[in-house]
Write a protein that binds this ligand. Sequence first.
Ligand SMILES: Cc1ncc(COP(=O)(O)O)c(C=O)c1O
Length: 487
Amino acid sequence: MSEPTDQITTRSAGQPAARPAVETPLADALLAASAGTRASFHALPIGRRASIRTSPLAPSFDALFGSGLYSETTITAPPLDTFFFPHRSLARAEELAARAFGATGTLFVTVGTTASNQIALEALVTKPDARVLADKGTHQSIHFALSDKHAAVDYIEPRVFCEHSERAALALSDIVDRAAAAERAGAPYDLLVLNGQSYDGVVYDIPAILAALAEASPSLTDIFIDEAWGAWSYFHESTRVRTALHARSTGPALERFNVVATHSAHKSLSALRQASLIHYAGDPALGERLRLARYRHHTTSPNQQILASLDLARAQMELEGDALVERSLRLARLVADSVAADPDLGAFSVNAAAPPVALAGHVAIDPTKLSLRVSGLSIGAPELRERLYSQHALYVNRCTPTSLLLNIHIGVLEEDVLALLDALRAIQRSLRPPPAERRISTSFIIPYPPGVPLIVPGEEIGDDTLRRIEAVQSAGARIYTIENRAR
Ligand SMILES: Cc1ncc(COP(=O)(O)O)c(C=O)c1O
């Protein structure tokens, strides 16, 4: 498939929009419901823009939310669906999402993956003191949920393998040895919890980890993978192979695992903020437990636009996900190649794009997340981040003392990347004056005491030498410059 262009095609008035060759049942139902409702005697004053039509604040509402906001509705009867136990358009939209991600079933959530993780663990931790082997590097929502469920948790500490990016990962032997030891001791783990695709771009190869565990711990069946950052990776063949929901199809030994994965769809797809997905693969009873857990934990006022955005975002990835991901991969390479080759970007480098050998079998670095090291400027990464935003309107979120994390997601365009590279060049120019011409000494330069030359004729006077001369002088010594008699 070819890459998407960044151009928006406009239609002349009266010309019908081309229907995409993909089903979007929930989005269609919401459009029909908002067009077909004259007034609601239930709720949502803002629906159809009714409560602000004559308000002096209307321009601010409109500028912030656009006309889409006013399609929000609380209608559940036809043409929409009931949220908790759907059987119409939402059920169909969830079924299409499950198919697109390779799951047995999928649940839509409108209150973020923080809540999805709680829902998932409510369904997975089914008894007090359930034995859980957990990655300590997971999101806070997982720690809180495990604690609330009174699970007996054994944590595994991730090992930092790049001090600049602060990237860290679990060693495979740490996971497998702990699971095998528990099995030998007659107290196998009930659940394994991993942060499958981290904020910093550390990606576990879930099929590889489950293949190792299948042998080491035959009693372990339930696996929960927080893949908050990774929904996009299901839509490109180079990244799909490591994903949680793909694992069970990689070999008969892995079919016995029940896998639950959560996606912050809003982080990597064209979905509204807080749009989140819970997928499961395996035992259908797990699907029932997840629905019940969603019923207990989710707001009873799900946002219809967030739901519809999940439907559209999935459809978009099925239609053009491959091309969108290709573009991100190409733009990430463009940044890395420019930084490596351009002396005007010499103050920057990309932190290693591959994991160290010890982790290579089960860890990869997300190619769309570049860790940009800042080493040649008089300012550190936090100050650079601040300047990128205040002077160039370019926002970067994650930063360590020495690196910035550039997430080249599907909404980053080529012009954005070129603007970022230009901004980095401009900042480097402003902070790193061009190197002075080489100065070759024609003299001996000798501090006294002790009378030992710092520089002999023919030697280059570098910044180091100038600093030493200053230090010697401020310590009270005198500097003698003695011409070379031989010349
Ligand atoms: C790994 C991980 N899991 C879960 C979450 C929570 O997701 P949300 O912001 O959708 O609640 C985050 C948020 O940054 C995250 O990084």
